[in-house]
Design a protein around this ligand. Structure first.
Ligand code: PEP
Ligand code: MG
Length: 311
């Protein structure tokens, strides 16, 4: 897609034949949300709340948290905003939440697992999100990171619903992708985090540049798990988004749409390129590319198969 077309893209996200797909931004604070609101992003598909607190020694109060979350909600009034609860641990350590001294932090007590051990931090964060929502007159969606079982999804959803918010979970562990159907019995939406899904599917550290060919989001094994997750959503008529790096690659974004994904969330800087590319292809092209990619055995072949159909 030409630079001029990218700059011109105004949204809403849709294929050339009018199949709608929300193109959303990933943000980490009010400043980032206001910058994202200046693009054609239709909302926020991933608000990484833990990144607001990387410099804190102690847990922010509910009032402090509510102010920070409120800034993001205020940047997108009457738009979809998906708030992720704290994803502490491993590559995003928080001093006030982390589980100390683990031999293997990526496979340890991270994300929602911290809350399962001690739910206080999560309860207070959900109170803060609910307070911010009331102040802003917004109804944000709220999702948990690092869910691996349907029971965890059920536990989390109850807490979110209790506060009048809309519950969902991230699919970033292969076990969760394989049981997406059962997880969807408990929550209203799913969002696939392809960065971690690739890490755990391929058994390759996402932070290691030496292993980047394994964690390539075009890995067919990762795309098969994604296809299964999207199908579970389609069967239950519930939204399934992608908020990992995969959604920032315009060609792969079209393949994801072909797999049945209903929204794409990426860095604000990539929103125009993704939206513009999507506008040049039909849903049928996307579906044919998705089917072709699932037949391949490696990322290079997957890219080639998609390029042959989508350009
Ligand atoms: C992901 O894992 O793909 C994701 C979106 O979450 P994060 O990158 O913050 O772990
Ligand atoms: Mg993740």
């Amino acid at each position: 897609v030409e630079a001029a077309a990218v700059a011109r893209w105004q949204g809403p996200g849709q294929t050339a034949d009018g199949h709608r797909v929300d193109v959303l931004a990933n943000v980490q604070d009010g400043l980032g949300a206001r910058a994202a609101a200046a693009t054609a992003a239709q909302g926020v598909g991933l608000f990484r709340t833990e990144l607001c607190f990387l410099d804190r020694d102690t847990e922010p109060t509910v009032a402090d948290q509510a102010d920070i979350y409120g800034e993001v909600l205020a940047a997108f009034p009457s738009s979809k905003v998906v708030v992720r609860t704290l994803d502490a641990g491993s590559d995003k350590p928080l001093r006030f939440a982390n589980h100390p001294d683990e031999a293997n932090p990526a496979l340890g007590i991270r994300g929602v697992r911290i809350a399962l051990q001690d739910s206080g931090i999560l309860d207070r964060q959900l109170d803060a999100i609910a307070a911010a929502a009331t102040t802003a007159g917004a109804s944000p969606w709220v999702m948990a990171p690092m869910i691996s079982t349907p029971a965890e999804a059920e536990w989390f959803a109850a807490k979110v619903r209790e506060r009048g918010l809309v519950p969902g979970v991230m699919i970033e562990v292969p076990a969760a992708a394989l049981l997406a159907e059962k997880i969807l019995a408990h929550v209203d939406f799913l969002s696939v985090g392809t960065n971690d899904l690739a890490q755990y599917t391929m058994a390759a550290d996402r932070m290691s540049s030496e292993l980047s060919s394994f964690t390539d989001p075009w890995q067919p094994a990762v795309l098969h798990l994604l296809a299964r997750t999207a199908k579970a959503g389609a069967d239950r008529n519930k939204p399934v988004g992608v908020c990992g790096e995969a959604a920032a690659d315009p060609l792969l974004a079209c393949v994801l749409v072909g797999l049945g994904v209903t929204s794409l969330s990426c860095a604000a800087a990539a929103v125009g390129a993704v939206g513009a590319k999507l506008g040049t292809v039909t849903l049928d092209d996307c579906q044919r590319a998705a089917a072709a990619v699932l037949e391949t055995a490696d990322p290079m072949a997957a890219r080639a198969a998609a390029t042959a159909i989508l350009g």
